[in-house]
Design a protein around this ligand. Structure first.
Ligand code: 4NP
Length: 151
């Protein structure tokens, strides 16, 4: 199984989603590949935001080997499922798809815990640390569902 997590900058939400799901996958002894990317290029090559690193560390998850990269067309071929963190990025990814088979791979991550709600993981970038805790908790629940769905 190959799963890609996508947000805007690939420094706040999708690195947390990658780290959380990677942790669960390893705990379950599964040989899945988990990665993350951003639709925007502003932060390419950067470490995750220090607030994401901090909240993940609190739960025993290390994000410091991650570096931001931009989503690319080849990701549609490389991954089985592409999870967008919010509706804006969901639409931006869909706009890059060339085939229906590519479109079908793109999902909103919170629909795994609230089917058909089409809700978004709030962007915590301009807020305080409590926003990162909130994002962590949402993504932990969603990643647990993803794990159980495909394992
Ligand atoms: P992310 O958060 O999409 O969860 O990584 C953001 C990171 C950077 C910016 C916006 C959102 N930015 O505008 O630079």
């Amino acid at each position: 199984m190959k799963i890609l997590m996508v947000c805007l900058g690939n420094i706040c939400r999708s690195p947390l989603a990658e780290g959380i799901l990677t942790h669960k996958v390893k705990e379950n002894g599964l040989n899945w590949e988990i990665d993350s990317a951003g639709t925007a290029a502003y932060h390419v090559g950067n470490l995750p935001d220090e607030r994401s690193i901090e909240v993940a560390t609190k739960y025993g998850i290390d994000l410091t080997s991650q570096r931001a990269r931009q989503f690319k067309a080849n990701d549609f071929k490389e991954f089985n499922v592409i999870y967008a963190m919010d509706t804006e990025n969901y639409n931006n990814i869909l706009n890059l798809a060339k085939y229906e088979t590519e479109e079908q791979k793109v999902k909103l991550i919170l629909n795994e815990i609230e089917p058909d709600s089409n809700s978004s993981v709030p962007d915590p970038y301009y807020g305080g640390e409590e926003g990162f805790e909130n994002v962590y908790q949402m993504l932990d629940l969603a990643c647990e569902e993803v794990l159980n769905k495909f394992k």
